[in-house]
Design a protein around this ligand. Sequence first.
Ligand code: NAD
Length: 261
Amino acid sequence: MSIGLRDAVTVITGAGSGIGRATAHAFARRGARVVVTDLDADRARTVAGELDGRGVAAPCDVTDLDALRAVRDLALDRFGRVDLVMNNVGILAVGPVEDIPLDAWQRVIDVNLLGVVRSNLVFLPVLLEQGSGHVINTASTAGLLPYGFDRLPYTATKHAVVGLSESLALYLRPRGIGVSCLCPAGVATNIVEQITFYGEPAAPQGPSFSVVDPDAVGELVADGVDEDRFLILTAPEAAEELRELGADVDQYLTRPRKGAA
Ligand SMILES: NC(=O)c1ccc[n+]([C@@H]2O[C@H](COP(=O)([O-])OP(=O)(O)OC[C@H]3O[C@@H](n4cnc5c(N)ncnc54)[C@H](O)[C@@H]3O)[C@@H](O)[C@H]2O)c1
């Protein structure tokens, strides 16, 4: 049921940097048109300009429902359809849980979780009307595995994005729409810009995964769309961790921890 990326009309949020930018490049290399959206309008324009005529820039804050509607309208006006939406924005509040204030929780939930919810409200009616399409939600291995206790708002929202994506796949696949959930481990991006720190640093304990280049992640995402795959991992060893967690959660939570992830 793969949509195929050749000539697909794709929309990526947070595409001005890192994983979103690399995925925009990977999609364009495979012949897709890419609506490059980002809170940072300059970054969106720069990345769109890198795509050999296949990119269109659209400034968009995912906390603004009207801004997402404007992106949808731009895509429909320009191309007549939307084939793929990648909800990719993520921010972090980092520190001991007792030091992270409520408004930081609200901000992370507003961006990481409600950003996806808003996108679904705006774009799913288009995909459902077409009876085809693909949705990719960027979560994290921190949304699959328990280790991010120094960043609990992030951990909670990324778990929510995984759960939402799994159930969305059950709903959308019979309606002709693919769903993928990207769960990166370490990727060398500008993500540190999206972190607000609170209190004294508290190192998380858990699996340490290799850090990969964003370009490799872009290719993995494009392959995941071409193969209509749900779970896209950047660190294959996370799959073994997930099996160990599923086999015995109590044992997993009480076993000796490895170094920081
Ligand atoms: N880099 C990693 O190690 C890693 C690991 C796991 C998951 N992730 C996830 O990957 C996704 C992409 O992160 P990245 O590492 O490429 O980060 P990045 O900082 O390089 O890029 C994120 C982009 O999102 C934009 N942005 C921030 N807030 C926005 C908003 N409200 N609306 C629209 N755009 C906004 C920023 O301007 C930036 O260009 C995030 O969801 C992140 O949680 C990253």
